[in-house]
Design a protein around this ligand. Structure first.
Ligand code: SF4
Ligand code: SF4
Length: 638
């Protein structure tokens, strides 16, 4: 049996491929991105970066209706964008299997919020599986396709960032691995043409809702049975557990029930401790309290409530360890199963073993070790503000907006990285596509004395910015919009979007003309600006703000990691000419640093020739002319 080290997301892609997935669609979003990137590398899979998560969901849904197995993947915020088809597709059901991979971000390593995605399963009645490591990612996604077809419903594989981005061993199906073997050609079902199943008119939706409730009841029985069989929920017995019902204590996962050994409490007593958990929280809880007995859940919607009830009966105290909201805890309490959870464990952030251990200590368990360990939030680190890459084309406009003291309504993209010092020019950045409507509302409220502007990137504009601009034009609102077009979906690692000449699969395609789109939406003032020309940025902003009507400015330099037009000689600082005024340092370019030499107690500046891209912005800000291309001997030679 082949064993390979895989990211959770890579294991999802591998399992989906082995399960016969034929169509995969997503909009890139950390921490889910590697799933569709991975699938694009397998033969026989059509994979695309769609314009947004709703479109991606609908592409996958359509493929399932057409009889293929299909997958879509998204981050938490993406599920909010895709919520409409997500909920509707559970009513209709599927033809080919449809799997929805939803990756959350407890701790907000990159997300805007740490919303608890598990409630999407409850809102929609979509069954949810939650893997805890790469092996389970690989196995659960295969099971999810089978369940989807068996129960005629899309199935969610819910991940947290700790599972999506950890690497662990996966034992591959040996019939699918090896150089000579590959997956058998996937079977495609005949396309479904059932009006009463796929047209959600009220006369069809009502019986479909009743059908959904019946399907969900069958899923509930499946969840209970799989737990009773020790498959999708199992007991990890503590060493020394009493054996019941023929299960082998201490020999690994087992069916229910078992009785754990009693653990010491700080008040001198003892108690048999049971823990219900799933996913990454299960891994942390196992490390924090190895002496407890664990009921590890793989299916978190619908829950195997009766199995949990039997497990609860084997212990004196039952804890629920879960990240974010009391999703499991509330369902257990509603079912009359006494348990303890959020009283002891934080409702925010990643649940590391230290944070879980501290919770058990607070709950009275004799675990002095955890009370003394430092949690991540206790460790003092030197603050390091996020920075744009050296030579990033967003820097010029950000500095110009700061100079004009504008109220800036941003969006989701790399340009958010100038929110903090030294540039500090942005005042809102809430969710995908929010910038233009928020700027519209801000303007309708009276705007500000210095002026206001919406800032959005090319990928985000094509994701969900168009409708906001269309609305502003239709409502005849005097908005100014800056589209920072760097010709890539940069913040998630450089994925393609409709502004590119190639698709994810590498096929040539026609890039959209963003200026032509704006014109078609009714914008009468459109200006293309070189963001490496600082004075041009200032002039364009002033002209756009002065225009009586919606005005759009579009920058035209590509992301520095995918350059096509930039890449000149590095610049250098003539230390004799430098008067340490610090104007260049306001750009926040990582290639600029202070030297030991001072002038009037201020440090002079140097440029790292290895990383400087020669964008020239710092030279444009340097009034004494101390900065010039390395090829020039004096500033005046530049
Ligand atoms: S020219 Fe100046 S601003 Fe541009 S990359 Fe080099 S050091 Fe940074
Ligand atoms: S802008 Fe010019 S003079 Fe001012 S600190 Fe930078 S290099 Fe020195």
């Amino acid at each position: 049996m082949d064993k390979v080290l895989m990211l959770g997301n890579e294991a999802i892609a591998r399992g989906a491929w082995e399960a016969g997935v034929q169509v995969a669609a997503a909009y890139p979003g950390t921490p889910s991105t590697e799933i569709v990137t991975g699938l694009a590398g397998y033969d026989g899979v059509y994979a695309e970066w769609s314009t947004n998560e709703k479109v991606a969901y609908e592409v996958a849904f359509g493929a399932a209706l057409g009889g293929a197995r299909a997958l879509t993947a998204m981050k938490s915020a993406g599920a909010s964008v895709a919520a409409d088809p997500l909920i509707s597709s559970v009513y209709t059901g599927v033809n080919g299997g449809l799997v929805v991979c939803l990756a959350g971000d407890p701790g907000m390593a990159s997300g805007m919020t740490e919303q608890d995605d598990r409630y999407f399963g409850r809102i929609s009645s979509m069954p949810m599986l939650e893997p805890a490591d790469s092996q389970e990612c690989y196995e659960y996604v295969k099971l999810a396709f089978d369940l989807s077809e068996d129960f005629d419903v899309p199935v969610m594989v819910r991940l947290s960032i700790q599972v999506a981005h950890q690497k662990s061993i996966v034992r591959l199906d040996e019939t699918m691995s090896g150089e000579e073997t590959g997956r058998p050609a996937p079977e495609r079902k005949p396309p479904d043409r059932k009006t009463e199943k796929y047209c959600l008119l009220p006369r069809f939706s009502r019986p479909l809702h009743i059908s959904l409730l019946e399907r969900f009841e069958r899923l509930r029985r499946f969840s209970e049975q799989s737990a009773a069989d020790g498959v999708l929920a199992f007991v990890e017995p503590a060493a020394g557990a009493d054996v019941a019902a023929g299960a082998d204590a201490g020999s690994g996962p087992a069916a229910l029930p078992l009785r754990p050994a009693a653990l010491p409490l700080r008040d001198g007593g003892v108690a048999r401790i049971g823990v219900v958990s799933a996913g990454a929280a299960y891994i942390s809880a196992k490390e924090a309290l190895p002496g407890a007995s664990f009921l590890k859940l793989g299916m978190i919607h619908p829950l195997p409530i009766e199995a949990i009830r039997r497990f609860a009966a084997t212990v004196d105290r039952l804890f629920v360890v879960e990240e974010l909201e009391p999703y499991l805890e509330e369902q257990l309490l509603a079912a009359g199963i006494a348990c303890e959870g959020k009283r002891w464990f934080p409702q925010w952030g990643e649940l590391t073993p230290v944070r879980v251990g501290r919770g058990f200590f607070a709950a009275g368990l004799d675990l002095p070790r955890w009370a003394q360990e430092k949690a991540a939030e206790d460790v003092s680190v030197i603050p390091r503000p996020p920075v744009l890459c050296t030579g990033c084309p967003h820097r010029g406009m950000a500095t110009a907006m700061k100079k004009l003291d504008l109220d800036v309504h941003g969006d989701i993209g790399c340009y958010d990285l100038t929110t903090l010092p030294p540039v500090s020019h942005m005042h809102s950045a809430v969710e995908m596509g929010a910038s233009i409507p928020m700027e519209q509302g801000f303007t309708r409220a009276g705007g500000s004395e210095t002026g206001s502007i919406a800032v959005i990137g090319d990928s985000t504009f094509l994701h969900s910015g168009l409708t906001g601009l269309l609305n502003a034009v239709h409502q005849r609102t005097n908005v100014t919009v800056l589209i920072q077009d760097n010709s890539i979906t940069a913040m998630t690692g450089g994925q393609t979007n409709p502004g590119n000449e190639r698709t994810l699969a590498g096929a040539e395609t026609k890039p959209v003309d963003i200026a032509a789109i704006c014109k078609a939406l009714g914008v009468e003032y459109i200006e293309i600006v070189d963001p490496y020309d600082y004075q041009a940025c200032l002039d364009a902003l002033k002209a756009g703000l002065a225009f009586d009507g919606p005005a759009v400015l579009i920058t035209n330099r590509p992301c520095m990691l995918f350059p096509r037009k930039v890449g000149g000689a590095a610049y250098v600082v003539d230390e004799e000419l430098c008067n340490a005024c610090q104007q260049c340092m306001k750009l926040g370019c990582p290639s600029l640093s202070h030297t030991e030499t001072t002038w009037k107690d201020r440090h002079k500046v140097a440029i790292d020739a290895e990383t400087c891209t020669g964008c020239s912005l710092c030279a444009q800000l340097c009034k004494p002319g101390a900065i010039a291309p390395a090829t020039a001997t004096k500033a005046g030679d530049a």
